[in-house]
Design a protein around this ligand. Structure first.
Ligand code: MN
Length: 282
């Protein structure tokens, strides 16, 4: 047994579209990589043609989990059934806990024609699936940045190097947005038992697999790490930008159907009935 976590999977993601026709790459939540408990899905948007995203995500429901939007370029305007509205600018984060039900819209607004960012879905345990919906809009200025030896790390949620991210999750989570200069080695030690993946969204990294061999992970791709102990990665010749996602696995049955994620089929059927009856988000 190695005393370090090793690269267990390197997955390229799948081109698809969602909402009213937003082109995106599904990095987690595919046949190749169903989920990394508690992370149900990661969608990556990286569009420079407004025709591929301006239709946005008009009114739609969610129930049973949390949606996390990380904007890098462009803006996203949101409105929901609880009466919240806001505009996510580059660098901002929205952490929305759908809980028992919410209906919202997420509509891109152009800056220089670009839309770049992520939406991450974090599951909730059965005991928290029906809590009241809440959301946190977090401006980029509130996100701590740790800058050491070629690594610039934005701490979105959880703690890193003495800094605590502003996003409050319902379950133990750490989410970092890290930029590594060329050939920079970066080490991070996850909590024992937590699951970890990194979405490499610019450049490339190398990491060691279970045989001790150096493997390259080239953007856009998801690297899933297994084992225990620290993760050691090294940026490639052009550097790397990665979204690091670490969380405590919920280890419960997952029943999902579109925007609803519950524990059983029966609960999903109830969510669909409630949505059709207009009672989901009341
Ligand atoms: Mn949504």
């Amino acid at each position: 047994m190695s005393d370090k976590r090793y690269l267990a999977l390197n997955v390229a993601g799948m081109a698809t579209s969602d909402g009213a026709g937003v082109a995106l790459t599904r990095m987690v939540g595919t046949q190749q990589l169903d989920m990394v408990d508690p992370f149900l899905m990661l969608d990556r948007m990286d569009n420079d043609d407004p025709d591929t995203y301006m239709a946005g995500f008009p009114n739609h429901p969610h129930q049973g989990f949390e949606t996390v939007t990380v904007m890098l370029e462009g803006q996203m305007r949101h409105q929901d059934s609880v009466g919240n509205d806001g505009l996510l600018a580059p660098g901002d984060i929205q952490w929305m806990t759908a809980g028992r039900g919410i209906i919202h819209s997420e509509m891109p607004e152009m800056i220089s024609g670009k839309l770049k960012g992520f939406q991450l879905w974090v599951n909730l345990p059965a005991a928290l699936k029906m809590i009241p919906p809440t959301y946190q809009d977090i401006p980029s200025a509130e996100v701590p940045i740790k800058d050491t030896g070629g690594a610039t790390v934005r701490v979105l949620a959880g703690t890193y190097d003495g800094a605590t991210g502003p996003a409050k999750a319902q379950t133990p989570i750490r989410i970092l947005d890290a930029r590594l200069e060329a050939e920079t080695a970066w080490t991070i030690t996850p909590v024992d038992g937590h699951n970890v993946f990194c979405c490499v969204y610019e450049g490339a990294i190398t990491a060691v697999d279970d045989q001790g061999a150096e493997r390259a992970v080239t953007a856009p791709a998801v690297a899933v790490f297994s084992g225990d102990g620290p993760i050691e990665i090294t940026a490639g010749a052009d550097g790397a930008e990665i979204l690091y996602c670490e969380g405590h696995p919920i280890n419960e049955p997952v029943a999902r159907y579109g925007p609803f994620v519950m524990n059983t089929r029966k609960e999903i059927e109830q969510a669909v009935r409630d949505y059709n009856d207009g009672t989901l988000a009341t």
